[in-house]
Design a protein around this ligand. Structure first.
Ligand SMILES: Cc1cc2nc3c(=O)[nH]c(=O)nc-3n(C[C@H](O)[C@H](O)[C@H](O)COP(=O)(O)OP(=O)(O)OC[C@H]3O[C@@H](n4cnc5c(N)ncnc54)[C@H](O)[C@@H]3O)c2cc1C
Length: 417
């Protein structure tokens, strides 16, 4: 069988891997993109809420408020749920997440990521223009609804903090909510409207459009199992479905599956997952949803995707490969029907995905410390659609010896020993 040779193997064709491949290609590298699926963007990068969250300065932290922790511990809160049977598997991870969410540490993580967040939409705009898919970026911004004065007050305070970092936002009262979203019904204390974030009405389609651009520019896509990756004298080799692929360098961009490669190589990186679900529904009559809308206090989001209104859930802590338990979808469905005129489900069953997460809320980007030519680009948490292109640029700059646009030190794998 033929042996394919390139400069770099990028393992994983989600938004993160495809973006890294494009940025390496732009810098003259011959790249082979590898995935176990025959198409790019079939996993986590397919199922998200479609937000390019350039206004998301502060990461999703473990709560510090005892009453809220207790509410989550009771396992009745819509925002967060956990599989009791899996508790021993993720409790140590949660403890690290709790520690990293102390205000001064979380702020350090936020400041490390800020240059990437600021760059996120700009990088997408450039790739979308080159890929020729302007219809996949809508400039609607998004709305977070609040049903209690207390949660609205918290959100207003957070918006004030975010304004210091250049985030624009507006507090909406009931009348302003109705003007922006005439189809909504409910008793709202108010809302926060964030105008700057982009909305992608088909995130899997956008990942595929970027992969098509990569292939148009001469990049190759190989179907194969990244677990076959091996180091050899020339660099790195893996078994593709139609033959081996070899390159001097390799990038692990396998999202929630990245541990399948780094763990056998001996790296103790604490990659965890926050699972999530989605279900598409028809809208009834002439009802139109103009923006993605988060029903914050009730813990679900509605986004007007091309396929229908996508209801996405909050976080489920469970083993990545545990069977799906779409309880949050079941709980959110009647609430969503009361919020917006929804019809039948478009999908036969809920989709499940897993946000790849590190406890300090930052991705791992950079060199594998003990293996020449191996690079990491994973752990993008709630923001992998947002940050894929920006982190692809950062990684490619590091790999090609360019001055990186952001300080890469906080993302180094060495931070986990
Ligand atoms: C419900 C939900 C809502 C979200 N909403 C948003 C949002 O609005 N905005 C945002 O920015 N982010 C959002 N996210 C997060 C975002 O989707 C992820 O951070 C992002 O998709 C991760 O991208 P990735 O490329 O790292 O992983 P993936 O997209 O999962 O890509 C990994 C790739 O690796 C491949 N692979 C796995 N194992 C192997 C193997 N053995 N061999 C070869 N290939 C393999 C997979 O097939 C896959 O293509 C959301 C996530 C969820 C679950």
């Amino acid at each position: 069988m033929a042996e394919l040779k390139a400069d770099v193997l990028v393992l994983g064709a989600g938004m993160v891997g495809v973006s890294a491949a494009l940025h390496l290609q732009q810098r003259g590298r011959d790249v082979i993109l590898v995935d176990s699926h025959t198409l790019a963007g079939e996993e986590t990068s397919f199922g998200n809420a479609g937000l390019i969250e350039c206004a998301s300065v502060f990461p999703y932290m473990f709560p510090r408020d005892f009453a809220q922790i207790l509410r989550y511990a009771m396992n009745r809160a819509p925002q967060v749920r956990y599989r009791f049977a899996d508790l021993p598997a993720f409790l140590p991870w949660l403890a690290r997440y709790f520690i990293a969410s102390a205000p001064e540490r979380a702020l350090r993580s936020a400041m490390a990521e800020l240059p990437l967040i600021r760059r996120s939409l700009f990088e997408h705009e450039a790739l979308i223009a080159e890929a020729g898919v302007p219809e996949l970026l809508q400039r609607t911004g998004w709305i977070k609804l609040f049903r209690s004065d207390a949660t609205l007050a918290n959100a207003s305070a957070e918006l004030e903090r975010a304004r210091q970092y250049g985030v624009a936002g507006e507090i909406l009262d009931g009348k302003a909510i109705a003007e922006r979203e005439p189809g909504l019904t409910g008793d709202f204390a108010g809302a926060v409207y964030l105008p700057a974030p982009g909305f992608v009405p088909d995130p899997g389609g956008l990942t595929k459009a970027y992969a098509a651009l990569f292939q148009r520019k001469g990049g190759r896509f190989v179907v194969g199992d990244a677990r076959t990756l091996q180091q050899d004298a020339g660099g790195w080799r893996m078994a593709g479905r139609d033959g081996a692929a070899v390159a001097r360098e390799a990038v692990v961009a396998l999202g929630p599956w990245s541990d399948l490669v780094f763990r056998p190589l001996g790296y103790p990186i604490p990659l965890g997952v926050k699972r999530g679900y989605h279900l598409h529904l028809e809208s009834r009559g002439n009802a139109v949803l103009n923006h993605p809308v988060l029903d914050s206090d009730l813990g679900y989001l509605l986004a007007p995707m091309n396929r229908g209104i996508r209801l996405t859930t909050g976080v489920e802590f469970a083993r990545r490969d545990a069977p799906p338990t779409p309880v949050q979808i079941q709980r959110a469905l009647p609430l969503a029907h009361a919020l917006f005129p929804l019809g039948d489900a478009v999908d036969a069953k809920p989709w499940i995905g897993a946000r790849p997460c590190l406890p300090d809320m930052l991705p791992v980007i950079g060199k594998a410390p003990r293996h020449a030519g191996l690079w990491f680009d994973f752990g993008h948490q709630h923001h992998g659609l947002t940050l894929g292109p920006a982190t692809g640029r950062l990684l490619a700059e590091m790999m090609t010896g360019e001055a990186p646009f952001a300080d890469p030190a906080p993302f180094a794998a060495e931070r986990f020993g």
